[in-house]
Design a protein around this ligand. Sequence first.
Ligand SMILES: *Cc1c(COP(=O)(O)O)cnc(C)c1O
Length: 248
Amino acid sequence: MNVTTGVDAHEGEGRTADLPERYARTRREVAELAVRHGRKPEEVRIVAVSKYQPAASVATLAEAGQRDFGENYVQEALAKQREIRRPDLRWHFLGRLQRNKAKYLPGNFILFHGLDNAALALDLHGKFQAKSQVLDVLIQVNLGDEPQKGGVTPEELPALAEHVGGLSGLALRGLMALPPFELDLARKQRLFGELRRLRDAVQRQTGLWLPELSMGTTGDFPQAIAEGATMVRIGTRIFGERPARVSP
Ligand SMILES: *Cc1c(COP(=O)(O)O)cnc(C)c1O
């Protein structure tokens, strides 16, 4: 066991060896789905979710042409960024961000998928404005009626969108959702359609241009693309099963 990556050396090699093939297959699938639903392949971007994956796997995927990577933990992401040293990679922050971690986003992440409260928006605005930078953000919407998960309710969305729209350190680019894992695919697809309609409505109400819909993971990206996803966040299908979490 390698203590820095938490990955068995042999297992790590196997995973890295399969990667280009798994990645090529996923790209083909996403491109075919995009075309089937009347869009160009480049209109559906793959964010490769590399949480818990070793830096070597990210580097292998970057060699294969992937540029967008999604991470859920700031310290883990920053360690990988330092190890890989490729300024051409675009790092996305996914999910819940603690307010005391807002200071780590400027210069390190290009898009935050998961904004869900006004206090965090203000913190991020402050950190980015102080550096004369702007963070692109997606508001996470809780579509599954699950109070413990992140995300605003559809009712809370317009007010948060207006709030973010008034902060010069943030640029609202669209919406993000992560439906409850256990729902069946037909139900998930309805929720993805609901997110698209909510986006259309907020766009009309606020006059903001919100082109991005970040929705769909390994288990449900075909349904998300059918409903207009512009970014799919895919981990397991590309990388294989996640290794156990490395403590930060
Ligand atoms: C982990 C994660 C993913 C990727 O999930 P897979 O099932 O491995 O594709 C996508 N989005 C978010 C917010 C995640 O936390």
